[in-house]
Design a protein around this ligand. Structure first.
Ligand SMILES: [Zn+2]
Length: 176
């Protein structure tokens, strides 16, 4: 059992009493080798979703506050169409009444221009600067980020021409 697992086991056993660095020095609480640096192990555990408070001192021991919180991994939606230019599988997202083809694979980092899709309704919104503060809340509520296929399509010039042809205001340059 490595130091990570031993610290986790002690945290679980201690409950609200918590665990301190000193407990992992001689005499070691679990009878194993001393763990000279518990803090980095706690840091790893926190990064893995274990809610641990405290700093490992007697006054403020490490306390495991509950079950591990695993961030939900977004499910890759089945493609419901194909790009009519290059044939790539896409999902169609209703963005303000316009159907936008998107790559089905979810994007995990937030960026301007991505489409935030509501998997329940199939609708979505293209992220603008003003949205950036709100996006974490949307993701918490189940939204999934996708990249518009229009930006990655190898036939994108054809897409741009198509967009120009069908623009609401002919004569205006397409933003694509
Ligand atoms: Zn395409």
């Amino acid at each position: 059992m490595n130091a990570y697992d031993r610290v986790l086991r002690q945290l679980r056993a201690a409950g609200r009493l918590g665990v301190t660095q000193v407990q992992f020095l001689e005499p070691v609480c679990d009878g194993g080798e001393p763990i000279l640096r518990v803090a980095p192990r706690v840091c790893d555990l926190r990064a893995d979703g274990y809610p641990i408070t405290g700093d490992g001192t007697a006054a403020n021991p490490y306390v495991l506050q509950g079950a591990r919180r695993t961030p939900p991994t977004p499910k890759v939606p089945d493609p419901d169409g194909a790009c009519d230019k290059c044939g790539a599988p896409v999902i169609w997202v209703d963005v303000g009444g316009e159907r936008v083809p998107c790559a089905p694979l979810p994007v995990l980092s937030v960026a301007i221009g991505l489409i935030a899709r509501n998997p329940t309704t199939g609708g979505g919104r293209q992220i603008i600067t003003e949205d950036l503060m709100s996006v974490p809340g949307w993701l918490q509520a189940g939204a999934v980020l996708h990249r518009s296929h229009l930006t990655t399509c190898p036939m994108s010039s054809a897409h741009a021409a198509h967009a120009r042809d069908t623009a609401d205001r002919p004569g205006q340059a397409s933003l694509l």
